[in-house]
Structure formats: C-alpha cells, structure tokens
Ligand binder design. Structure first.
Ligand code: CUA
Length: 151
C-alpha cells in the first residue's frame, strides 16, 4: 500500500509540474519566441522590416532597432543612443540560433532563424554596453559581440 501512495504522489507531482510549465508557456507567454510571426530565413534581406536593418528614432527618447544576426556578427554593429532612451529591438537570425544578451541589463533573448524576436529596454545609465551572443553558434561564437553606447 505504501508504494501505491508514493507512486500516486510522484505521478501527481509530475502532472502538477507539467500544468505549471504549460501555464507559464501559454498563459504567461514565457515560452520561446512566438510562432505567429514566422519569416523565411532564406529571404531575410527581402523581408520587411529586415530589408532595412538599422536604428531609427520613433519618438522623443524612443528608438527602434531592426537587427539581423548571422555568424558571427550583428547588423547594425555598435549603435549609439542618448541616455534615457527606450529602445525597441526587432531581431531575427539569418542562419542558426544566436543569443542576444546585453551585459548589465536584464536583456537575454534567443534569436532563432524564421522567428521575430522583440524586446524593449530603457537605457538610463550612460556607458558602453557589451552585447553578446550567448548561444553556441559555431567556430566564431566567442567573437560574436558588439556594443551599445549610451551617452
Ligand atoms: Cu552567435 Cu554564438
């Protein structure tokens, strides 16, 4: 009888964890980048907005950065924004899975081919922020970095 209790208990725990994971993924949208904005990774250069990667001012203290990632660089590289700016990043990969981590902030995203990743960050503190790829993407992974200068 003891064994049955423990079996039931552990099965119940597994079910509870699955329900929690499902809730986080779908109800809280904590899952991987959404499937509803799929693009063809072979045609990134022809697909808006990625046909015009770059930085654009869209409001007072508000910028939009359209960026493509590919082995082993970011396009555009080394962007600059004034202190106090809110920056909306729209990212995709042209080849394999890359990471987009801005050191010293909470920004840490996965950038997958075929998916659009959107992330917003406010930069209050002036400085040079290091942007790193934190997903292993091949032989040059460790040199895949750029900077965001806030002044
Ligand atoms: Cu890109 Cu690692």
């Amino acid at each position: 009888l003891d064994e049955k209790i423990w079996l039931t208990l552990s099965f119940g725990m597994i079910m509870a964890f699955m329900v929690i994971t499902g809730y986080q993924t779908f109800a809280l949208e904590m899952g991987p980048p959404s499937n509803n904005e799929l693009i063809d990774p072979q045609k990134v250069d022809e697909t808006a907005p990625f046909n015009e990667p770059g930085i654009k001012q869209i409001g007072e203290n508000e910028y939009e950065v359209v960026m493509t990632l590919q082995v082993f660089s970011f396009n555009p590289m080394d962007i600059e924004v004034p202190a106090g700016s809110t920056v909306h990043f729209t990212l995709t990969s042209k080849d394999v899975v890359h990471g987009f981590e801005i050191a010293g902030t909470n920004v840490n995203a996965m950038v997958m081919p075929g998916h659009i990743q959107k992330i917003t960050q406010k930069f209050d503190e002036p400085g040079k922020y290091l942007v790193l790829c934190n997903e292993y993407c091949g032989a040059g992974h460790q040199v895949m970095s750029t900077t965001i200068t806030v002044k």
